[in-house]
Ligand binder design. Structure first.
Ligand code: B12
Length: 212
C-alpha cells in the first residue's frame, strides 16, 4: 500500500480470500496495516504523502473487495458517518461493507458530517441504526452531542458508536441504553450475526448489543 501499487495490494488480498479468510479477517488485516502505517508516520519513518498514498490504495482495495461480494435481501436500514472534523473514514467504510454483506440497506455519508445534516438525513431516511465513527480524542465531547441529539429524535434509532479510542476511553456514560459502543470489528460482526438471525425489532437488537 505504501508503494501505491493497487494491483499488487489487491492480489495479496485476493490470495488471502482464496485461502479461505473471511471478510472480517480481510478488514482486520487492512486495519492492522493502516495502524502500522500510523506507527511509522509517528516515528517519522514515512511522510504524510506516503500515508495519503497508502490510504488511497487501501480505499481502492476496499472498494474492489466490496464490489466482489454478493448482496443478500435487504431487511434493515443503517445510516453511517464520521462526526464533524473527522476525516478518518476507512473504518466506517469497512463497517458499511460488513452490513451490506449481511443484508442491510446502507447509506454511508462518509467523513466529516455536521450534526444538522446528520439529523436531517435521519429524519428523511428513518434508519433502524445510526453508526458513528470518531478517531480523534479532541472530538469526543462533540460525539456526546451527536448521541444526545440522535437519541432525542422521535425516530429514536439505535445508535452504534465505533472507534479505536474505545480501547482506552470508557464512553459508556455518553449515551443511554439506546447507544451501543463497539471497539472491534469482530465484536461488530458478532452483533450483526445475532441480530440478523434472531431479530427484526429494534428492542431485540438492543438486547443483543448489551450481551456483547
Ligand atoms: C490514514 C490516517 C490519516 C489519513 C486519513 C485518511 C482517511 N481519509 O481516512 C490522513 C492523512 C488524512 C490523516 C489525517 C489526520 N490524522 Co490520521 N491517521 C491515519 C492512520 C495512519 C490510519 C487510520 C485508519 O485508516 N485506520 C484503519 C481503520 C480501518 O481503522 P479505524 O478507523 O480504527 O476503524 C476500525 C475500528 O476502530 C472500528 N470502527 C471504526 N469506526 C467504527 C464505527 C462503528 C459503528 C463500529 C461498530 C466500528 C468502528 O472498526 C474499524 C475496522 O477495524 C491513523 C493511525 C491509527 N493508529 O489509527 C492516524 C491517526 C488516527 N491520525 C491522527 C491524527 C492526529 C491526524 C491529524 C490531526 C494529523 C494532522 N496533524 O493533520 C489529521 C486529522 C484529520 C481529520 N480532520 O480527521 C492520530 C489521532 C490521535 C488521536 N488519538 O486523537 C492517529 C491515531 C495517528 C497517531 N498515532 O497520532 N490521518
Amino acid at each position: 500500500m505504501l508503494e501505491g501499487n493497487v494491483q499488487k495490494s489487491w492480489l495479496l488480498i485476493a490470495i488471502y480470500i482464496e485461502e479461505g479468510h473471511s471478510s472480517t479477517d480481510v478488514y482486520t488485516f487492512l486495519t492492522e496495516a493502516m495502524y502500522e502505517i500510523g506507527k511509522r508516520w509517528q516515528e517519522n519513518k514515512i511522510s504524510v504523502a506516503d500515508e495519503h498514498l497508502a490510504t488511497a490504495t487501501c480505499d481502492y482495495v476496499l472498494t474492489r473487495f466490496q464490489l466482489s461480494q454478493h448482496q443478500l435481501l435487504q431487511r434493515h436500514r443503517a445510516l453511517l458517518f464520521c462526526i464533524e472534523g473527522e476525516e478518518h473514514y476507512l473504518g466506517i467504510k469497512m463497517i458499511a461493507g460488513l452490513m451490506r454483506e449481511q443484508g442491510w440497506e446502507v447509506k454511508n455519508l462518509g467523513a466529516n458530517l455536521p450534526l444538522p445534516f446528520a439529523l436531517k438525513s435521519i429524519e428523511r431516511w428513518d434508519p433502524d441504526v445510526v453508526c458513528l465513527s470518531v478517531s480523534q480524542v479532541h472530538l469526543l465531547p462533540d460525539l456526546q452531542k451527536y448521541i444526545a441529539e440522535i437519541e432525542n429524535m422521535p425516530q429514536s434509532p439505535l445508535v452504534l458508536v465505533g472507534s479505536r479510542l474505545l480501547n482506552k476511553h470508557d464512553l459508556s456514560a455518553s449515551g443511554s441504553s439506546r447507544t451501543i459502543f463497539i471497539n472491534h470489528i469482530q465484536a461488530f460482526k458478532d452483533w450483526l450475526l445475532i441480530n440478523n438471525k434472531e431479530s427484526s425489532t429494534q428492542d431485540k437488537m438492543l438486547a443483543m448489543g448489551e450481551e456483547i
